[in-house]
Design a protein around this ligand. Sequence first.
Ligand code: USQ
Length: 383
Amino acid sequence: MRVLILGGDGYLGWPTAMSFAAKGHEVTVVDNYLRRRIAIETDSEALMATPNLQERVRAFKEISGRDIQMVIGDCADYYVLLSVVKQVKPDVLIHYAEQPSAPYSMMNFGAARLTLQNNLSVTFNVIWAVMEVAPDCHIVKLGTMGEYGTPNIDIEEGWLEIEHKGRKDKFLFPRQAGSLYHTTKVLDTDLLWFYVRTFGLQVTDLMQGPVYGLHTPESTLDDRLFPNFHYDDIFGTVVNRFITQAVAGIPLTVYGKGGQTRGYLNLLDTLQCIELAMLNPPGAGKLRVLNQFTEQFSVNQLAEIVQRVGNGMGLNVKVQNLVNPRKEAEDHYYNPTHSGLMDLGLKPHFLTDERMEELLRVVLRYRDGIHPRKVLPRVQWSR
Ligand code: USQ
């Protein structure tokens, strides 16, 4: 297939590009290095130095013999995106090109505005570029489980049938996000749904939970092909942060009571999910929503796993409960459905002790590059 990946330099974008190129798809990636720029500005660079996209593409070619086409450009600029879509004529467009950090979106006015403008502009431009020059293209959009928040009822897969005063209808599941970043994803979904029902676009919106991990069949070929592994408070997701903290001898940073429960998945499963969505398009005029995670944990449970496995390796892992910098429920009901991707054939890689040990061992090789100053939360939700 002809696959266009927006945000192809990111934690998910780059492994996706390599995985699809390795499988023989024609892959083009676009990125404007926004995440790299924010990481430099906020002192939040990834643990392993990652070569720029040009060098990554060259290294991947040298090692695998496969090509990835690359464009350095800003998808928030409509004419940049339009010309790429016109040239590539993608069968599938995978949209990762968003500012992905909840803490960054809550930092100050400038960061909030950048998040809102970038994320909504790119989604809007994607919709219009596809409508204008590639109307049959399937848009696979990365949403987030955080769109739903933590309601006191079961979370369905995107839609909810409601009976009201004796009549029934189906609506998008109610959403109440916990950060501005997550709220931009809610707004993205609304925009997509409007254009799907009005102009017949074909869209899969993937509600993904926090991802962890480093290993993919391609990233393990050479250290230059690693994804951007963040352990800072801005871009680092909780499992990757805890692993790094365990290795560096920093007590694991549980926010608040630690009862916050989310659906998690291994990076390998993100790749599977994207591929399953891509190979099974929903059909024109459909917005398909899939909840993308494989198992759920509370923050305390994650800390226990990292501590148990880390101690088994002689790391002496401690846990600290910090005053929660976020505004979120710390003890709540959480029961989201996630059968859609399983029905399409997802084979989960669960967070076993062996996988945790493997991750700890890789990060141990980079222990000297861990900077404790990047670990404690620097952004507060309330002011
Ligand atoms: N947490 C801690 N300690 C830490 C870091 C996080 O207790 O050191 C807690 C947070 O308070 C939260 C949970 O762990 O309750 C998950 O936090 P996270 O930073 O791993 O994930 P989050 O900020 O929600 O965002 C990440 C990705 C985002 C994606 C989202 C999926 O950065 O792009 O959309 O996961 S979800 O969480 O399901 O909304």
